[in-house]
Write a new protein. Structure first.
Length: 306
């Protein structure tokens, strides 16, 4: 008696390996210690007293710049409620942008979440001095986060999350399947898409090679393309002084989808197509140091994780 693997083998129409979802964090290495923070505020931004209040002024200006950006570009701004499906809210906007085929921010969402922020206060006995020495620490705070939902010609629908509190981190969500779809479209190769993958492709070998080509350069290209388009808490002078973001991967998910055909009951040779996702998908988590090393590797090095 044939086992399931044998029965399914004859019905496989497409099989490939691909990076699925990529979650990244961007951070400014020169704002991770107390000394670096004080140097930035005192000598780069010229605040007489380096304090979290000074960061507050920078953050307030950043938030105003985000709202000004939304107004100038006619971008809807939505305040997310607790428990709302953010992806469902953004989907119609991303689909409309996909039909236009134009790179743009389609929606800005605002939601409260916890994040690590810098705090300071005068040291004991320094409270009334004109230039007090400050105590610094990091703590978790429940603060507003801004979700930039972006349609990108290379990556399709993505989102970019940030907040107005130092050290001003950024989180990115990218989809390797959507990247591969865009590459096939650029090459004029036809395919049938699933919501998150491929049902069929006229050149399966090219599809696999395209998926294997996805690497750090494509991710970094996306990041730097948009970091200069979106509002930032950092000025051009700050960037020139070395206050630039580094990328670290928080989560990398691989999949091995399989598309099948199966005869319909009562049909005369008619077939129905469907797809399954291999349960051998890998999930990779890494700290900033190792993740940064992965982001400077050769093109296609992500594929080896699958």
């Amino acid at each position: 008696m044939a086992d399931y693997a044998t029965l399914l083998r004859d019905h496989v129409t497409l099989q490939y390996r691909s990076i699925d979802r990529i979650f990244l964090q961007a951070y400014v290495p020169k704002l991770q210690s107390v000394g670096q923070v004080c140097t930035f505020l005192r000598w780069q931004r010229n605040f007489k007293i380096p304090s979290s209040a000074a960061f507050g002024q920078i953050g307030d200006a950043y938030v105003k710049a985000i709202h000004r950006f939304a107004e100038e570009h006619h971008i809807p701004v939505v305040k997310f409620k607790k428990g709302q499906d953010k992806e469902a809210i953004a989907r119609p906007y991303l689909e409309a942008a996909a039909r236009e085929g134009k790179d743009r921010v389609v929606l800005i969402g605002i939601g409260q979440e916890k994040a690590s922020v810098w705090r300071s206060k005068p040291q004991k006995g320094q409270e009334h001095r004109a230039h007090p020495h400050m105590e610094w620490w990091r703590e978790m705070a429940f603060i507003n986060h801004f979700y930039f939902y972006i349609w990108d010609s290379e990556w399709g629908g993505t989102f970019w999350k940030t907040n107005g509190y130092a050290p001003f981190p950024i989180w990115l969500w990218l989809n390797g399947h959507e990247w591969a779809k865009r590459q096939l479209e650029h090459a004029g190769i036809r395919y049938k898409a699933l919501d998150n993958g491929f049902l069929s492709c006229e050149k399966p070998d090219v599809l696999q090679k395209t998926c294997q080509r996805l690497g750090p350069e494509a991710v970094k290209s996306f990041f730097w393309r948009w970091v200069y388009r979106l509002p930032s808490p950092f000025s051009t002078a700050d960037f020139h002084a070395g206050y630039v973001y580094g990328l670290a991967s928080g989560s990398l998910k691989c999949r091995r989808p399989v598309s099948l055909t199966a005869r319909r009951r009562g049909g005369c040779g008619s077939k129905a197509s469907f797809a399954i996702i291999s349960t051998s998908a890998a999930r990779i988590r890494s700290r900033s140091s190792s993740a940064e090393r992965s982001l400077v590797g050769p093109p296609g090095c992500f594929g080896r994780a699958c």
